[in-house]
Write a protein that binds this ligand. Sequence first.
Ligand code: M6R
Length: 595
Amino acid sequence: MCGIFGIVTDKEQTLGPILIEAARRLTYRGYDSVGAATLNGKKIDLRKDTGRVDEVAVKYNFAEMTGSRGIAQLRWATFGEPSQVNAQPHLDSDGDLVGAHNGNVVNNFELRQQFIAEGLTIRSQNDGETCVHAVERYINKGYEFLDAIRLAYGDLQGDYAFVIGKVSDDKLYAIKKGSGLVVGLGEGFTCLSSDLPSILPLTRKIIRIQDGEIITLWADRIELRSVKDGKIIQRAPEMVTESMDAVQKGGYPHFMLKEIHEQSQVAREVLHMLAGSAELQGVLEKMRTARNLFFIGCGTSYHACLAGAVYFAQIAGRTVIPVLAPQFLPQYILTVNHEDVGLFVSQSGETKDVLTALQAAEARGMTAFGLANVIGSTLTKATSFTLPLCCGYEISVPATKTFTNQVVTFLYLAYRLAGRDTSELEQIPDLMDKTLEMVASQVAVVASEIDKWNDMYCLGYGATYPIAQEGALKLKEITYAHCEGMLSTEFKHGPLSAVTDGFPILFVAPPDNVSLIVSGINEVTCRGGIAIAIGEEDARLRANASELIVLPKSTPQISALLAVLPLQMLSYHISVARGYDPDFPRNLSKTLTVD
Ligand code: M6R
């Protein structure tokens, strides 16, 4: 997710320790590289590299950096591998400007081609550098600094926050589009950051910046303007009173809840990223022409593979073999060769089961692509190309936002493969927010009703079958109850015998197959079971299910994706009601690097 911090002070001084501490307080967002720059009116001191904050800060002696202004950045790689040159901040061609961003500039590739044609000096592949050159090109055309930044804002597409300073100046400027940006007001200084934790140790007096605004920071004042017309905007500062722990969790009691509520934002980011990916067409072509196409993962990532396989078949008519990574070897390895393509899916990019399958597949000549959240992880280095999930750091052990972004990515790929207009998918982030709003109170009630059960089923059909499996995994993982995810039609072939009075069964109803779900519901309710349906408003579900958790109207495939949100919330509520910590369930770890 990256993180930026900037400070403007009233005198030249040692800023290194402040920048190091600010960077440390942004590490919760996830990162692979660290950088700092100070400006003193005559020169810019820029130091950066890949690695942990403390390692890089010691190696390059950040502590000695002096100036009256400073910028720190933590980079989570998306455009360009983690490397010293791709680390931020970045300079303009002549080294007069220095800037850093967080987020993604999705027209990075096109802008860079333009800058090269205009004779600007490009040093990295990183889109943070693109932001700096986007300003530089207008300065070269004779615009004032502020106006150059306003014009650059119009050119930079995507979701980002960006800070920039000029050597011969006493200010920093920042803009934001989509990503967070907060300004702090202190005694003798002002500062800004992607998020509050790096500001609060310095000051609790803050101003939140909105999209389409440009902020100028002096040591003793700030000026907020509209990017569009340059007019001054008045906004009174607010005082932050929450504890640091509460702030880090975004005001939510647990990271899981925070991450559930981040899903719409990260979905927006991954959709932007996919739309701007220059490499994607090549990947799709390989998938289209492959003899066999495998989606390979474990746990939640495997459930996303299952959803992807359904989407590819339903939308693009392309058969996919979804497979659990450890099963790939005994079942398929001898059958694969260079004509096959595998997409290896992993949040961490470090899951041993996945890496073992990848190694074996590559040894057989298979083309291997990745879909991962942690860029720079072993998976991303071992595959020929990896699509980033753009989720930032997922702290909570139960995967939530990385799952939905995996599914969104599969949906996007299926649309592209089918030659369908992907603009239909742009409604997903808003639908996710709407879903959370619509289901909130009802899910809490249902959770209290079924909390006493330690055995449950979660059933789906078609596109909702993988979602039911993921919902069951979430319930198992953090409530410690047994919950089995199944195809709804399979229930009558055995597990139906378990149904007793009040036994809870969750039905995830696809809008295009409601009647089949209704048969399943009746089979359990007539035996005393409680059928909790999750689906779009439908008279048949309403009449037959014991409870209907309503999703907003969308397409069958998007509806399946939305259905996982109430399931995540349900498991969260039950976990908390049982007195467990959903972020760190017993016996589990976020990354499994063992066989
Ligand atoms: O990092 P990965 O996506 O490769 O991890 C795979 C599984 O270990 C992971 O999805 C696990 O099932 C999650 N904790 C589920 O929430």
